[in-house]
Design a protein around this ligand. Sequence first.
Ligand code: SF4
Length: 241
Amino acid sequence: MDKDPDRNLSEIEERLRFFKDIGADFVFKTKRPPARPDPAASPAPPPGGELPPPSRDIGLVHEEILRCRKCSLAGGRTQAVPGEGNFRTELMFVGEGPGHDEDVQGRPFIGRAGQLLTRIIAAMTYDRADVFITNIVKCRPPDNRVPHRDEVEACAPYLLEQIGAIRPKVIVTLGKSATDFFLPDAIGGMTSIRGRFYTWRGLQVMPTFHPSYLVRSEGNKEIKKMVWDDMRKVMAFLGKK
Ligand code: SF4
């Protein structure tokens, strides 16, 4: 943990707020889940094999995203939102697309759902700046609709370049759109897909609910517990206490 007492205090406060959100002391009492993914539960990697080595600096990728007009989402955005965080992290979070606040400020996951994600990350004993956060499309879909297939396909090379450059050990997919990007053959809704590791191009993918779903389901502690169970599996895999 950081040596700055103020920063430590705020991290502890974030963590405790999330624990309060999800309902108390079971966090400290339940047994830690298995630390390794279950290979039998993981479908075969999709065509495409391993990720190619990074071909250019990730900063250049982000500069290109900011100028990009490859799909129709460019027409309605205030600005593109490439993503932010640590380019050398072991842990990456991928959501669906920027919302209103993200579009205005140019940063991912900073609205209400983003604040909850920040608390989840703190509860996992990471700083938000320790991980990398992005979306499958980098520009806001109108009225926050689900991105269309052609938009996802147009934007996919940027996400693949980001993943190729960062090479995290674990990618947490937030919600169905992001999960479908990595696991197009997974059958069922998030309730059945979430909570176990899948192998994707040699990396581990952990699907879980989107924080905006948690915000919309405020009061439903079961959903928050499910997300926390998923994140504990990620922590165990990454050797976090
Ligand atoms: S969503 Fe992606 S592909 Fe479409 S304009 Fe934005 S950066 Fe370019």
